[in-house]
Ligand binder design. Sequence first.
Ligand code: F6R
Length: 240
Amino acid sequence: MKFIVCENYDEMSTKAAEMYKNLINSKPDCVLGLATGDTPKGTYKKLVEYYNAGEIDFSGITTFNLDEYYPMKKDNPQSYNWFMNENLFSLVNFKKENINIPDGSTDNPEEFCENYDKKIESYGIDLMLLGIGKNGHIGFNEPDDQLITGTHVTQLTESTIDANSRFFSADEQIPTSAISMGMVSIIKNSRSILLIANGKGKHDAIESLKDNKINPQIPATLLKVHPDVTIICDKEAYFG
Ligand code: F6R
């Protein structure tokens, strides 16, 4: 794993967006893995700036998002589908048919997950963007004794439900389940992985990536088996 430690959130976001820009400009039909949450918002903002400046073209790009709440309608402003439209998709020139996000309204989640994995495997992901939970989760692969390999429906832990409650007003139900790419879906199908993290709250999770131990109670540690992982984080996440 390669660590790049930045002064602050802005520098982290710029460095991450530059990695994406370089990839897209050298391979205009590349496949991107994308995440939601607070961490990538700055990266997406920079990508939109590059697009507006005519420095980047998304028309040939295919995307696969990591996760979505389940059940969740696409047009619900709390959905990850909505988040991606608001922060990136509707602001640049992706082709709608090239965007893939787990379907939170499917009646048959098992079949959906199997097909999502097959599609990811057939495309391969050139660069997978990941955030990290305070508890070390990746996507919604939550701490457990055993982790599920492929895309699956999962129960969220109390810590994740707590962390996500900030996005919901009190009278709305905070989702307790989600569809998530599995750790093996991510590791097996991504040529390169970029994990971004900022703030003291992520320090423990980042610290667990510095040694050579793998522990399913900290799902991010599984990324250590992947040969090409870059972690771009700020000083607070790195040093605490
Ligand atoms: C989001 C996702 C989550 C987040 C993680 C960090 O698609 O998969 O694993 O990356 O919860 O969230 P933020 O960035 O809000 O701290």
